[in-house]
Write a protein that binds this ligand. Structure first.
Ligand code: TRP
Length: 328
C-alpha cells in the first residue's frame, strides 16, 4: 500500500508563480513520482476564517483554482481533488478535536500571532480563526495521511496536528498515524518589486498572465540593487531575475547568463528580454491547458464531483472509527 499524502490550499484569489513554484509544482512532482496516494483539496472553510465578511468571490475562486491545478499537471486519474466543504465529516471531526485541544496550544501558535498582525485591518478575534489549526488537523488526520507537503510557513500547523493526533490516540484509541511535513527545497521567487510575491502587494505574476502583460511584468522586475549601470558587474545570487532564470532557462543558457552578468557582459534589460522568452515558452503548455479547461467547465465539475466521492468514502470510514472510539 502506498502511503497517503494530503495538502490543501485556501481559495483566496488567483494563483501566482510564487504559489506554483512554492507548493503546487511540488504536489505535481509528488503525484508523478508514483510513490504516494495523493489527496489535494480546496480549503474553502479555511478561507472563511479571514474572509467571512466577503464570501461572494469564494465559489469563483474555487473553480479557478481547480482549473489552475489541472493546468499545471495535477491529474484526476492519479490525484484525488476535492472541496473541503463538500465533505461534512471535516466539520464533525473538527468539533471532536476541538474538545481535546488545549487552548494554550492554539494561543501560542506563531502563525496565529503573525497572521493576526499581518491582517490587522480585519477583525480576526474570532473563535474560528483561533481554531484554524484544529480544522487543519481534522483535514489531515481524516485521511490518515502520512505526509503533508507544505511550505515552511505551515510547519507550526503540522506540528499542532501531530500533537492533536497523539492526544486523540492517547485518550481514545490508536486510530491516527502521526503525519510528517514534507518540505522540499524550492527557489524563492520574489514579486516584481523584490518583496515577497503576494496578491496584496500587487507584485505578482499570475498563472493567467500572458503575452504583453507577462512581458511588461518581467521587464519591470527589480534586479541586483547594486548594479546601477550596465557596466557594473552583477551578482546573480541576489538577483530575482536570475532566480527566475534558474527555473525557466535551459542549463547552457543559465550558465552563460551567470557568467556574463558577473562580468557585465549582458545588461539587465537584455537579460530580462531573454527571460521573457523562456517564461512564455515554459508557461505555454499551462496556458493551453487553462484554455482547454476554461472552455470545458463541465468536465472540471465532474472531476470535482468524482474527487469528492472518493474523499467521502475515506472520511465516512474514518468517522465510524472515531465515533466508536469516542463512544458517541
Ligand atoms: N493552512 C494551509 C495554507 O494556508 C491550507 C490548509 C488547510 C492545509 N488545511 C490543510 C494544508 C491541510 C495542508 C493540509 O496554506
Amino acid at each position: 500500500m502506498k502511503k497517503r499524502i494530503l495538502s490543501g490550499m485556501r481559495p483566496t484569489g488567483k494563483l501566482h508563480l510564487g504559489n506554483l513554484h512554492g507548493a503546487l509544482q511540488n504536489w505535481v512532482d509528488l503525484q508523478n513520482s508514483g510513490d504516494y496516494e495523493c489527496f489535494y483539496f480546496v480549503a474553502d472553510w479555511h478561507a472563511l476564517t479571514s474572509e467571512y465578511n466577503n464570501t461572494d468571490p469564494i465559489k469563483g475562486y474555487i473553480q479557478d483554482m481547480v482549473v489552475d491545478w489541472l493546468s499545471v499537471g495535477l491529474d484526476p486519474r492519479r490525484s484525488t481533488m476535492f472541496i473541503q466543504s463538500e465533505i461534512k465529516e471535516h466539520a464533525e471531526l473538527f468539533l471532536i478535536l476541538s474538545m481535546v485541544t488545549p487552548l494554550p496550544w492554539l494561543e501560542r501558535n506563531p502563525t496565529y500571532k503573525e497572521m493576526k498582525q499581518e491582517l490587522a485591518d480585519k477583525d480576526l478575534s474570532t473563535f474560528g480563526f483561533l481554531g484554524y489549526p484544529v480544522l487543519q488537523a481534522a483535514d489531515i488526520i481524516m485521511y490518515k495521511a502520512h505526509g503533508v507537503p507544505v511550505g515552511v510557513d505551515q510547519l507550526p500547523h503540522v506540528e499542532l496536528t501531530r500533537e492533536i493526533a497523539r492526544r486523540f490516540n492517547f485518550l481514545y484509541r490508536e486510530i491516527f498515524p502521526i503525519p510528517d511535513a514534507i518540505l522540499t527545497e524550492v527557489p524563492k521567487l520574489l514579486g516584481i518589486d523584490g518583496r515577497k510575491m503576494s496578491k496584496s502587494y500587487e507584485n505578482s505574476i499570475y498563472l493567467s498572465d500572458r503575452g504583453s502583460v507577462l512581458k511588461t511584468k518581467v521587464e519591470s522586475m527589480f534586479t541586483d540593487p547594486q548594479r546601477m549601470r550596465k557596466g557594473d558587474p552583477g551578482r546573480p545570487e541576489v538577483c530575482n531575475v536570475f532566480t527566475f532564470h534558474t527555473i525557466y532557462a535551459p542549463h547552457a543558457d543559465l550558465e552563460e547568463i551567470d557568467r556574463e552578468c558577473r562580468k557585465a557582459g549582458v545588461g539587465c534589460v537584455d537579460c530580462k528580454k531573454r527571460l521573457v522568452q523562456w517564461v512564455l515558452e515554459g508557461m505555454k503548455a499551462i496556458h493551453d491547458r487553462q484554455d482547454y479547461y476554461r472552455s470545458h467547465l463541465k468536465e472540471v465539475r465532474e472531476i470535482i464531483v468524482d474527487g469528492c466521492q472518493r474523499a467521502t468514502q475515506v472520511a465516512r470510514q474514518t468517522m465510524q472509527e472515531v465515533r466508536e472510539a469516542v463512544k458517541i
